[in-house]
Design a binder for this molecule. Structure first.
Ligand code: SAH
Length: 420
């Protein structure tokens, strides 16, 4: 049997009687597939496996607990035989052939009149693969295609129908590297009609969008002012109400100092459905790009993320509590002064990571007392994440004399004894 000799087609079995002969796991799988397609399934088998019994018990299919008889084919549109006994399967197939009913014979692939492909469903797409009679090859291919659809590597985008309702997905794109967006985010991006994009985030992915996807830039780009927040909110709602699938692609995580909450609220208030897809925040990932963990056993148990000096009076001023500043370059001098005034020692390490994950990434390391001058001297610019605390010592970019911590001496906390 050559692959050219098969004719792929899709059967619409809703409400139609079909027959499964056999009670084992293969028969149960086939019966389940037929039920999922809405067929009226009868199973004929003297013994039924647990899975099949469960389907019978839930009233989804009819089970005839006996041997197969030729009359079982009366009135059925389609039959699958998987009894595990070749002679029985051959007989079912021959009866079906005589009555011109399509039959899948599980025990003789070559002789079988019809084949069942490896199937996967992603969104409203069903893929079915036959691969030269090798089911494992077909399954491997099916999985690869399904993954490519899930991740947005294959175009899952639907052509919009006039009656389609628009929606907004607020997607956290991560700090800029194309690999640091979530699978869900990538998939929704691949389905977008309109993308409302920031300056930060995975800009490379925009180049991969289909040519008819509209990109609206709202971030500050050289020579262009950023679009005000209210205007962004308005664009999202307006585009969605036209029926578009709108993706708001944001840098980092939408809910971390990103005004995502306001955008989501505005959409909901205006009757637009909104899905929020979390992202990898720059507050954690950009320090990591310079080898700085925001918490580290023995060095820091917690961290705060703020934008600048105004909130710093609320933050614990201790080297073992990491402070992460976003959008903090302009106010760095004031922020350092505020932390020093709260009692943070001047020799507390500080790291600045500019353009994290981008080819131009640069790391500057100093102390609370020196960092503002250093930043000015080297011309530190946005986007940059500033990390303050003992965790900076762990960075491979830190000077040798910062690396004083001896982790081997750290003793674990004593177990707490419960008294009640
Ligand atoms: N919601 C975003 C933060 C938006 S505020 C998030 O979760 O990451 C913008 C600030 O994020 C910038 O001023 C900078 O401090 C930081 N930032 C974002 N991407 C960055 C990157 N690739 N490198 C350095 N800083 C970055």
């Amino acid at each position: 049997m050559a692959i050219q000799d098969i004719y792929p087609t899709a059967l619409r079995l809703l409400g139609r009687p079909v027959l499964v002969v056999g009670g084992g796991p293969v028969a149960a799988r086939r019966a389940k597939g037929l039920l999922d397609a809405g067929a009226k399934v009868t199973v004929v088998a003297p013994v039924a496996s647990e899975k099949l019994r469960a389907l019978v018990d839930s009233g989804l299919l009819a089970w005839e607990p006996r041997e197969y008889r030729t009359e079982d084919l009366d009135g059925v549109w389609f039959v699958q035989t998987a009894t595990g006994t070749a002679a029985v399967d051959t007989r079912v197939a021959a009866d079906a052939e005589a009555q011109r009913i399509w039959c899948v014979n599980a025990s003789d692939h070559e002789a079988s009149a019809a084949w069942t492909p490896a199937v996967a469903e992603v969104d409203d797409v069903k893929i079915a693969i036959n691969a030269g009679g090798d089911p494992r090859r077909a399954m491997a291919l099916r999985d690869a295609v399904a993954t490519a659809l899930e991740t947005g590597d294959l175009p899952l985008r639907r052509h919009r129908k006039p009656e389609d309702k628009g929606s907004v997905a607020l997607i956290g794109g991560g700090p800029g590297d194309s690999g640091l967006i979530t699978v869900r985010g990538r998939r929704l991006l691949g389905q977008a009609d309109v993308v409302v994009a920031d300056r930060l985030g995975p800009r490379e992915l925009l180049k991969e969008l289909a040519p008819d996807v509209r990109i609206i830039e709202v971030g500050k780009t050289p020579g262009h002012h950023p679009v005000p927040q209210l205007e962004i909110n308005r664009i999202l709602v307006e585009e969605a109400l036209k029926g578009n699938r709108v993706v708001r692609l944001k840098g980092g995580d939408p809910y971390v100092l990103g005004r995502g909450g306001e955008e989501a609220e505005f959409c909901r208030q205006n009757g637009v459905g909104v899905e929020v897809v979390s992202g990898v925040t720059s507050a954690i990932s950009v320090p990591a790009a310079a080898g700085i963990p925001v918490t580290h056993r023995g060095l820091a148990k917690g961290f705060s993320v703020v934008t600048g000096h105004e909130e710093l009076s609320e933050v614990p001023a201790r080297p073992d509590h990491t402070v992460v500043l976003l959008m903090g370059v302009a106010q760095l001098c004031d922020s350092a002064a505020a932390l020093a005034a709260s009692g943070l020692p001047l020799d507390t390490p500080v790291g600045i990571v500019e353009k994290g994950y981008l080819p131009e990434q640069r790391v500057t390391i100093g102390t609370l007392g020196t960092i503002a001058d250093q930043a000015e001297a080297v011309g530190v610019a946005n986007p940059a994440v500033i990390v303050i605390g003992d965790v900076v010592r762990v960075s491979p970019f830190a000077p040798e004399h910062f690396k004083t911590a001896d982790y081997s001496t750290i003793t674990p906390n004593r177990p707490r004894v419960r008294t009640n």
